[in-house]
Design a protein around this ligand. Structure first.
Ligand SMILES: Cc1ncc(COP(=O)(O)O)c(C=O)c1O
Length: 391
């Protein structure tokens, strides 16, 4: 058979590649692998959640298809959560539950773009966002975020990137890979640009529950016109530690959701029912549990900042917040992939090379903190320092 050359040209999934570097190796308890590669919680879901799901599994209805837009209870709990956390108004009809935030993104792009259209994508990007555009013949128009700009996209650059074929601007905040939390004022200005151009603002807030504040992340839901511009994407993977169940959401106009459902009907039909039951339980009962995880993540990031400031690792922290650090390695002219490989092979630290997050990102590495405790941060720094000394 012949395979699609378009899909063949899509780059390889980075996490799988990096995990392969340590596959088959064993690590002793006195020298464990420091795995800061994949952005997943290293802790299990809450005990109450797991007990609840054990009972849900027994119900015959759990094995049936869920409605295409999602269970009404999950949609209602999501709408209530958003209204409580952001203010403004989100109705149940504006919420669709998906099999994770990645599916939410793919469906949204599918409903918004034709092959040959453009999407404005800040770099460093979340690699799956680029891969999906490439696989669908949609052109990513990159806006480079600079360390001098706090790794936030410039409004002027976004404005310049919008052209006649642009259908959406994508923002990820808190950002993957940098952790940077965009201020509500920046999100509002990008929203205004999108509204003026009659295109979508696709806002991926997978990590919103790991910010250093519980203040609203943006004020867009308080605007009466938000459904005609905003496509808000959510994930329940990280906040309730249920990445394997696959549950996320698209929050937008019923008109967009109407189109999205056509695509979803051909893929998952409906998001897994058990995953939706898990998310509903989390939204309704696990607020305090999630808040404790948020505080832990803030402590991890603080501890990382502290240890990197007080030790000489040679690596420079460009940004670190909400789940991630973006660091510049000290090996000028060496590809980040080679640096990451050396860290894995010789120093038992697994990180993702910057070039997986877009062009020009070779001097950087991404570290994700889902899997390392606050008390592990000195070990992270000492492994980096050892790598720098070994040169
Ligand atoms: C920015 C971003 N969006 C989406 C996802 C995927 O989330 P989900 O597990 O809900 O599909 C991730 C996971 O790493 C992510 O970093």
């Amino acid at each position: 058979m012949r395979l699609s050359p378009v899909v063949a040209s899509v780059f390889e999934p980075p996490v799988a590649e990096v995990k392969e570097w340590v596959a088959g190796r064993t690590f002793s308890s006195d020298r464990p692998l420091v795995d800061v590669s994949q952005a997943v919680p290293g802790y299990p879901a809450a005990e109450e959640l797991r007990s609840h799901l054990a009972a849900v599994v027994q119900l015959p209805s759990t094995g049936t298809y869920a409605p295409a837009l999602g269970l009404s209870s999950t949609r209602a709990a999501t709408a209530a959560h958003l209204t409580g956390a952001y203010g403004g108004r989100v109705d149940v009809e504006q919420v669709m539950i998906t099999a994770g935030c990645n599916q939410a993104y793919c469906l949204a792009i599918g409903a918004l773009c034709e092959p040959g259209d453009d999407v404005v994508l800040p770099i460093p990007y979340y690699f799956n966002h680029q891969m999906w555009l490439d696989a669908n013949g949609v052109r990513a128009v990159h806006v480079v975020c600079e360390p001098s700009g706090g790794m936030q996209p410039s409004i002027a650059a976004i404005e310049r990137a919008i052209g006649p074929r642009t259908r959406a601007i994508v923002l990820v905040t808190p950002n993957n890979p940098c952790g940077v939390v965009y201020p509500p004022s920046l999100i509002a200005r990008v929203y205004e640009l999108a509204r003026a151009a009659d295109i979508a603002l696709v806002l991926d807030e997978t990590y919103k529950d790991f910010r250093a504040t519980t203040a609203p992340a943006h004020d867009l839901f308080t605007r009466a016109d938000w459904p005609s511009t905003l496509v808000q994407l959510l994930s329940f993977s990280k906040v309730f530690s249920l990445a394997g169940y696959r549950c996320g959401a698209i929050v937008s106009s019923p008109a967009l959701l109407h189109e999205v459902v056509k695509l979803a009907d051909c893929e998952t039909i409906g998001a897994p029912r058990i995953a939706q039951e898990a998310a509903t339980f989390g939204l309704e009962h696990l607020g305090p549990w999630a808040e404790a995880r948020r505080v832990e993540m803030v402590e991890r990031v603080d501890a990382f900042h502290h240890v990197m400031e007080s030790s000489h690792t040679g690596f420079r922290v460009v940004a670190a917040a909400a789940y991630f650090a973006w660091v510049r390695h000290p090996f000028g002219g060496v590809a980040a992939r080679d640096v990451a490989r050396r860290l894995a092979d010789d120093h038992d630290l697994l990180a993702i090379p910057g070039e997986c997050f877009g062009p020009l990102q070779d001097p950087y590495l991404r570290l994700a903190f889902g899997n390392v405790a606050t008390s592990d941060m000195p070990m992270v720094a000492s492994r980096l320092a050892a790598a720098a000394e070994a040169i």
